[in-house]
Structures are given as structure tokens and as C-alpha cells.
Design a protein around this ligand. Structure first.
Ligand SMILES: [Zn+2]
Ligand SMILES: [Zn+2]
Length: 167
């Protein structure tokens, strides 16, 4: 492992490079994106997940990208959710988009969160026909693991309201 002078503080020697500009940045100057900086790290693109950045790149774009995902998480947490069983309530809502599907999630809650996140990312505030299904998968020998699959249809609720107002 070769050590190089940190290009930011110009004093410490380091083997760490910035994941964006590849410049040498020392332990003190590097800013990591980990579960402490972002609660739902698994939702971040691979280019951000568990990566270290020099403070120039961090201030220039990483910080902004993180707040973009932070906003999406907030939208996802507040999304309107209607389960498949609630079809009586949602039967008048027009399904214009194909269902969003997620597979192999750890549990029920994260399956729903992932569906909500994908819908929020596409600009939707409501998901209907939500189905969350556990699936047993064999993992060698007699051991079985349960994974969750989910699907939901994103609905443009603004369009629905307009339609109601006109009716
Ligand atoms: Zn430094
Ligand atoms: Zn950089």
C-alpha cells in the first residue's frame, strides 16, 4: 500500500482516494457516506454507498445528492398506501401505470418501504393494490429462508382529484 500526501490538507499521508475525483484525501479530510450519514443507505446508488469523498466533491455534489435522496425517503414515508384488500375504496382510481415490483426483501416493512420509495422516485404520492407476499426459499439442506416480494400500482392522485372536481 503506497502512501501519498493528502491533496487537501497537504500534510497527512494517506492511501485513501476520493470516489469521485480520485484525488488523495486523508482520514481527517475524507467524508464517508455510510449508515450514519444516511439512514437508508441501501437506497442510494452504488456510486454513493459506503464511499469516501474529498470535501471538495462532497460540497460540490455529494451533499446535494444526499439531500435529494433524503427528500425522496420523506416522500416515501408519507406516501398513501392502499392494500389490495381495500379495492372497494380505490376502485374509482384509474390505474394508468404498470405495477411496480420488488423482490427478495428482508421483511414486510422493508418491502413496503421499497415500493413506496420507487413510487416516490417516479413522482407518485399514492400506491394502490399493494401486495406483500412472503416466500420460502431453500438455502441448502433443510434450512429455509423467508424473503418478501411485493407489488403496487402507482397512482397520480392529483389527476384523480381533478377528475372528481369536474364530475
Ligand atoms: Zn487531509
Ligand atoms: Zn473528490
Amino acid at each position: 500500500m503506497s502512501l501519498n500526501i493528502c491533496e487537501q490538507c497537504l500534510s497527512k499521508k494517506t492511501a485513501i482516494t476520493c470516489s469521485s475525483c480520485s484525488k488523495y484525501t486523508c482520514k481527517k479530510c475524507v467524508q464517508f457516506v455510510d449508515e450514519y450519514s444516511f439512514e437508508f443507505i441501501e437506497y442510494l446508488p452504488a456510486s454513493l454507498q459506503d464511499k469516501g469523498f474529498c470535501s471538495v466533491c462532497y460540497d460540490e455534489h455529494v451533499d446535494q445528492e444526499l439531500s435529494h435522496y433524503q427528500n425522496l425517503m420523506e416522500l416515501a414515508k408519507n406516501i398513501n398506501v392502499y392494500k389490495k384488500e381495500q379495492s372497494a375504496e380505490t376502485r374509482l382510481m384509474r390505474r394508468e401505470k404498470k405495477p411496480i415490483k420488488v423482490e427478495d426483501c428482508n421483511d414486510r416493512q422493508s418491502t413496503l418501504m421499497r415500493l413506496a420509495f420507487l413510487a416516490a422516485q417516479q413522482g407518485y404520492e399514492t400506491i394502490v393494490d399493494v401486495e406483500l407476499n412472503p416466500k420460502k426459499i431453500k438455502q441448502g439442506g433443510r434450512y429455509k429462508k423467508i424473503v418478501w416480494n411485493g407489488s403496487a400500482v402507482p397512482i397520480d392522485s392529483k389527476k384523480q382529484k381533478n377528475k372528481k372536481a369536474r364530475a
